[in-house]
Design a protein around this ligand. Structure first.
Ligand code: NAP
Length: 296
């Protein structure tokens, strides 16, 4: 098999430049630039890194981005008050609360307070519910699974009628991924930590999406020849050859790639697409707002 790499980095760069062009046209036409506000609570370095990546992308594209930082012991009422203010701020089209939150904060309540029109992460229960129900259109779809679907589409990988296996059932990746594939008429199986015979189930997959957070867990002999592998996993493993002492790997063992027809590498696969989809969700949110105001 001569597998073909699905280049998430290049695809994300294409999408980003499409958005950048659109933003510049909108601003020239007199609209305020799309605006996104991120609430960063606590002192987790991984969260701070993700937020600064998102801010860099926003600045590059021409969005107005604002990060509001809170200490890890912030009172929940302060966050609630800020979210209410942001919900009614006409220059803020996207609101994002970086997860995970410190344990004393109620994640369900806080994510549920973001107005569904500004929920650019797509984690609001109404947006997720609409994704799950026939005949409903969610305002936004979670960025990582949306990015995976975009890669499948841009690489013309057939989905309808195919067997798709999703490893993982988290609210942010596994479940919405499975729903998106189902909505594209795939026959979808979801596996989780209690699933028996995972290798056997994986061997039925024309499209295998791995999102479990276990370094190189999916092995070569689990792959149906010619299948498409979408590897969402981002795991650090020790690597003495690196200055940092570690490197990033996916949930799929790279030995499996040459059995596949196509695959996303880690890094450079799904990761860059997640940020690009956040930009796209924010642009869409701003476009809907322009359409309902005097800025039209
Ligand atoms: P999560 O919330 O920890 O969920 C992991 C899921 O995997 C759970 O549903 C769990 O099952 C299942 N699981 C764990 N071990 C398993 C095993 N041995 N066999 C089968 N299923 C197993 O993780 P997540 O947030 O979805 O993230 C998953 C991975 O994607 C992580 O590596 C994360 O860093 C990465 N990620 C990447 C991006 C990106 O932009 N590239 C974005 C988000 C996440 P149970 O439900 O039974 O516990």
């Amino acid at each position: 098999m001569n597998p073909k790499l699905i280049d998430g980095k290049a695809t994300a760069a294409d999408i980003t430049s499409e958005i950048k062009k659109r933003v510049s046209e909108l601003v020239q036409a007199g609209h305020p630039p799309p605006g996104i506000t991120v609430l960063l609570i606590g002192d987790r370095t991984d969260s701070a890194t993700y937020v600064s990546m998102k801010q860099r992308a926003c600045q590059d594209i021409g969005f107005v981005s604002n990060i509001i930082k809170y200490p890890k012991d912030v009172d929940e009422d302060q966050i609630v008050k800020k979210l209410n203010e942001l919900n009614s701020d006409p220059l803020v089209h996207g609101i994002l609360v970086q997860l995970p939150l410190p344990p004393h904060l109620d994640e369900k309540r806080i994510t549920g307070l973001i107005s569904i029109e500004k929920d650019v992460d797509g984690f609001h229960v109404i947006n997720m519910g609409k994704l799950a129900m026939k005949g409903h259109e969610p305002n936004t779809v979670p960025c990582t699974p949306k990015g995976c679907l975009e890669l499948l589409k841009r690489y013309s990988i057939p989905i309808s009628g195919k067997n798709a296996v999703v490893l993982g059932r988290s609210n942010i990746v596994g479940i919405p991924m499975a729903l998106l594939l189902l909505n594209e008429n795939a026959t979808v199986t979801i596996c989780h930590s209690k699933t028996e015979n995972i290798p056997e189930i994986c061997r039925t997959a024309d499209i295998l999406v791995a999102a479990i957070g276990r370094a190189q867990y999916v092995k070569r002999d689990w792959i149906k020849p010619g299948a498409t592998i979408i590897d969402v996993g981002m795991n650090s493993i020790p690597d003495a050859t690196k200055k940092s002492g570690y490197r990033l790997v996916g949930d799929v063992d790279p030995d499996a790639y040459d059995v596949a027809g196509m695959y996303t590498p880690v890094p450079g696969g799904v990761g860059p697409m997640t940020v690009a989809m956040l930009m796209q969700n924010t642009l869409n949110s701003a476009l809907k707002w322009y359409a309902t105001t005097a800025h039209e």
